[in-house]
Design a protein around this ligand. Structure first.
Ligand SMILES: Cc1cc2nc3c(=O)[nH]c(=O)nc-3n(C[C@H](O)[C@H](O)[C@H](O)COP(=O)(O)OP(=O)(O)OC[C@H]3O[C@@H](n4cnc5c(N)ncnc54)[C@H](O)[C@@H]3O)c2cc1C
Length: 403
């Protein structure tokens, strides 16, 4: 491939990873983001053996491992009875695999620093509003009315709300209030595990240890409370003590975390969309990460899929002689895995976040016992690790566990 002029719109995990890989291939890369000061948005996320493999290929695994919390199990109990209704164990795969839960800041800062050091030109304060064809190339338009020079390739890595997505998607009814809080050592929470409590599907609490950050050695936990978008204002209008009582009633061990919540503003509301582009490429434009496939974080794959997309597209551009052929490689490497996990996320999200009476009954009385029958634990482990559909095989990578 000749040396390309590439514009990456969006400096999230997908955009930064792709920027690093393309710069290393010798392309000229400019990355635009709306942020004034580089910063990640959100609490933490779970890196799976898929995402860890890409971070390893980028040479960043050790830096991220230093701060993350190793996750060996993900489980959930029905809040009233205490019954175990979800139990995903990484060791069901019989390999030394696990997840690594991290603070967003850890991954963002590591990627951002490397992107800068390899020479990706990051331009902040640039709100992208459009991208128009210019012969065989493409320009990027900004909110201040200016336009970029033409680029050989424009990447849309602007996440679920991207303005360059051809398809607008509706918000899911349920989202979550979240916060990063100090990990309560003596609260009786299971270390090295993500844990949830459910009451029907309308109430869900989640806690995941997310390790330390570059700026603080205090271990943190990501705390989530499932809530409908339309109910957030009502929640804000109620005394915080009333909500804390409800949460502690469902899960008493959360009390040391709830003690750290002083005002409603200590929790941030995150809303999700579910949408998958049938074709993530068009004329000199490729969508990667959430702009290609947005969904709820119930299966915890979004950041990992963003890393896989970046790696697959970079690999296509490295191996092929034209952008069109590189796009074919990208689709060949990613489309099946994306469709598979988007379908599973679409099917499973209402089991944990919806107003349904039937789905939680199925979850607790049919899916939970079924999940203990032979081969199902392996299948579930493949799902939680993101390895179902063998997404790494097509990229020539191998699953990696954190140390
Ligand atoms: C509460 C929550 C929990 C999650 N937990 C997990 C988890 O455990 N595991 C997991 O794998 N995933 C998880 N996810 C999903 C994961 O965060 C996303 O899939 C991932 O961040 C997508 O990365 P991205 O680079 O595609 O987009 P983003 O991270 O959204 O980055 C998009 C970037 O584009 C920029 N941008 C947007 N619009 C414009 C514009 N018009 N002009 C210029 N710049 C723009 C933004 O400022 C941002 O920097 C979770 C998400 C949420 C909300």
């Amino acid at each position: 491939m000749k040396t390309l002029q590439v514009a990456i719109c969006g400096c999230g995990i997908a955009g930064l990873a792709l920027g690093i890989l393309l710069k290393r291939q010798g392309h000229h890369v400019i990355a635009y983001d709306q942020f004034e000061n580089p910063a990640p948005v959100g609490s933490g996320f779970l890196l799976q053996p898929t995402g860890l493999a890409v971070l390893d290929a980028l040479g960043l695994l050790e830096q991220v491992e230093k701060h993350g919390a190793v996750i060996e199990r993900f489980f959930g109990r029905e809040a009233t009875s205490g019954r175990l209704v979800l139990d995903l164990r990484y060791d069901a795969l019989g390999e030394e695999l696990n997840g690594l839960a991290v603070q967003r800041d850890t991954v963002f800062t590591t990627l951002y620093n490397l992107a800068k050091s390899v020479g990706v030109q990051v331009q902040s304060g640039k709100i992208v509003t459009s991208s128009k064809r210019d012969g065989v190339r493409r320009r990027v338009g900004f909110a201040d009315g200016t336009q970029s020079e033409p680029f050989d390739l424009v990447i849309d890595a602007m996440g679920q709300r991207s303005v360059l997505r051809p398809k607008r998607s509706a918000l899911l009814r349920y989202g979550a209030l979240w916060a990063s809080l100090d990990w309560p050592e003596d609260a009786g929470l299971v270390p090295n595990a993500g844990e949830q409590r459910y009451h029907r599907s309308s109430k869900m609490i989640g806690i995941v240890p997310i390790g330390t950050s570059q700026t603080s050695s205090t271990p943190k936990a990501a705390f989530f409370w499932s809530i409908k978008g339309q109910d957030v204002d009502t929640w804000r209008g109620q005394p915080l003590s009333q909500w804390k009582k409800e949460v502690a009633g469902l899960w008493p061990e959360t009390e040391p975390l709830l003690d750290q919540v002083a005002t409603h503003d200590d929790l941030t509301f995150a809303q999700y969309r579910h949408s998958t582009l049938s074709n993530p490429v068009s004329h000199a434009l490729a969508h990667i990460g959430d702009s290609y496939h947005a969904t709820s974080p119930q299966l915890g794959q979004g950041a990992n899929m963003a890393l896989l997309d970046a790696y697959a597209l970079a690999q296509g551009l490295e191996r092929e002689k034209t952008i069109e052929r590189a796009f074919d490689h990208y689709i060949w490497a990613r489309a099946f895995h994306v469709r598979l996990f988007q379908s599973m996320s679409w099917a499973f999200t209402p089991v944990y976040q919806s107003d349904s009476n039937i789905l939680p009954m199925l979850r607790d009385n049919v899916i939970a016992p079924l999940s203990k029958t032979p081969t199902v634990p392996t299948l579930l482990a493949k799902m939680v690790t993101g390895l179902l559909g063998n997404p790494l095989g097509r990229l020539g990578l191998h699953p990696i566990g954190a140390k």
